[in-house]
Design a binder for this molecule. Sequence first.
Ligand code: FES
Length: 182
Amino acid sequence: MEPQDESESRERREFIKKATALLVGGVAAAVPLAAGLPVLLDPLRRKAQRSDFIRVTALAALPSDGVPRKFAVIADSSDAWNKFPQVPIGAVYLRRTAETGIQAFNVVCPHAGCFVDYLPERGYYICPCHNSTFTVAGSIRDKKSPSARGLDALEVEIRNGTEVWVKFQNFRAGTPEKIPLA
Ligand code: FES
């Protein structure tokens, strides 16, 4: 009787050891999988970071005095599951300039991503979040500005002589360099 008891007890110990190993292994595998799921399943994260030219407005909509005007950027968008026709994907300031014709800036502050405002009575841009200020030409106005770079200029094309097209892009915040988001 005694040897059989001992054998059963050994089998039980082996079983518990294997079950514990399986459980620990399963938890270890599940943690990174669970952490990755939101990224995989969140359709908003998959929304395309646009980098193509988009028609923004008519040339006639820009005043000739060089004062910037804000425009929404509207385009088709999609994620892993859905298509969204003609939705706002960002906004830009456009202004006429003597040298190049049209200048375009992404409205997003390069410091930490708030939207900058243009103050026509003062003639410069200000960010309401931490008071970075930018000249009308987009450069840093105040040396103590928390933003490490000026406003992010975007490529502009005038097509058919009447339409303003902008290569819309977003850039990484908080860096002195202008790094496009993939
Ligand atoms: S986000 Fe604009 S100054 Fe901080």
